[in-house]
Design a protein. Structure first.
Length: 331
């Protein structure tokens, strides 16, 4: 086998977990990252000790630098993007322009490969948000759902627009591709800007009886543990039936409310806290659940790690690497 695989955003949350999973097979990996979300950390350094892994520090907005990465990759996973609520709220025009520019350069890189077997593009479940808001949506939501646009004046719209544009570019670039739409992937090393690590941190540093704010408590999501997500990504890469397809990535059930997930976090930490239910987050979809039937038809079905076990594993990592130490991980 020993194919060479390129992972943009390879030092990030999903990218590094994907790299570690691919290393269980006989692949050689090149990770590309600009460390814009942090510096090197223990987990990344451990992965880089593997002789089949190389990392390149590269700003993917600069085409000349991108085209120097190499021309002998059989697979490109494009995970890099400008993300995060703070970026979207503070500078939505940068989110739009940079993500499209990065996507354009990755496609140009794909065009010079000697034997590219697949470009796999990480889109987002946010692409369904406009349809849900405007006309309602089938839940669980299939990939065939038509995509409507929410209010373009909202900063949050910039991210989903850049991903829709990226999906369209995949269809028209003339390269073999798979688009996947991740749904609420969580796990160790995911950063602190998501509900599960946020609530684990609050519970860890709280005492029984303390009041904790919970936003959008009635909104529902289907949470997918990172190990399950990267296994699906690898299967998409290896299965020829996924070529040219757009597929949901996640789990179809259980569909849990935010307050249920928060309660699970507090229980796992071992805190008896008082929930203070607050307003809904602007632009946040009321419900989100992927229809996984098409994905499972192509790559097969498998057991998934349940929400309790997933949060237990996530908390163990954060407790050891973040909460009880002075180390700051790049996430």
């Amino acid at each position: 086998m020993n194919e060479r695989i390129l992972i943009t955003g390879g030092a990030g949350f999903i990218g590094l977990h994907l790299a570690n999973h691919l290393l269980d097979s006989d692949y050689s990996l090149v990770l590309v990252d600009d460390y814009s979300r942090g510096v090197s950390d223990h987990d990344l350094n451990k992965t880089l000790k593997n002789e089949r892994v190389t990392i390149i520090n590269c700003d993917l907005r600069h085409r000349e630098s991108v085209l120097k990465i190499g021309d002998d990759f059989s697979v490109i996973f494009h995970l890099a993007a400008i993300v995060g609520v703070s970026n979207v709220s503070r500078d939505p025009i940068r989110v739009l322009t940079d993500n499209v520019e990065i996507m354009t350069n990755v496609i140009r890189l794909g065009e010079i490969q000697k034997n590219l077997r697949r470009l796999l593009f990480s889109s987002t479940s946010e692409v369904y948000a406009g349809t849900l808001e405007k006309v309602g949506i089938e839940i669980p939501t299939p990939e065939s759902t038509f995509l409507a646009l929410p209010d373009l004046k909202r900063p949050r719209t910039s991210y989903m627009l850049s991903k829709i544009y990226g999906e369209a570019m995949c269809h028209h670039a003339g390269l073999p591709f798979t688009v996947f739409r991740p749904h609420n992937v969580y796990g160790p090393r995911m950063g602190m800007s998501h509900v599960i690590p946020q609530q684990l941190k609050k519970a860890h540093f709280s005492v029984d009886g303390q009041q904790i704010d919970i936003y959008s408590p009635e909104h529902t999501r289907c949470f997918c543990y990172i190990d399950d997500a990267v296994k699906m990504m690898k299967k998409m890469m290896e299965n020829e039936m996924s070529n040219g397809k757009t597929l949901n990535l996640g789990v179809e059930n259980p569909e849990l409310s935010i307050k249920e997930v928060v309660n699970e976090c507090h229980k796992i930490v071992g805190r008896n806290l008082i929930p203070n239910y607050r307003e809904t987050t602007a632009g946040s979809p009321v419900r989100r659940a992927p229809d996984m039937s098409e994905t499972e038809r192509i790559i097969g079905n498998s057991e998934h790690i349940g929400i309790n076990e997933g949060i237990v594993r996530t908390y163990a990592w954060y407790r050891e690497n973040v909460f009880d130490t002075n180390n700051i991980s790049a996430m």
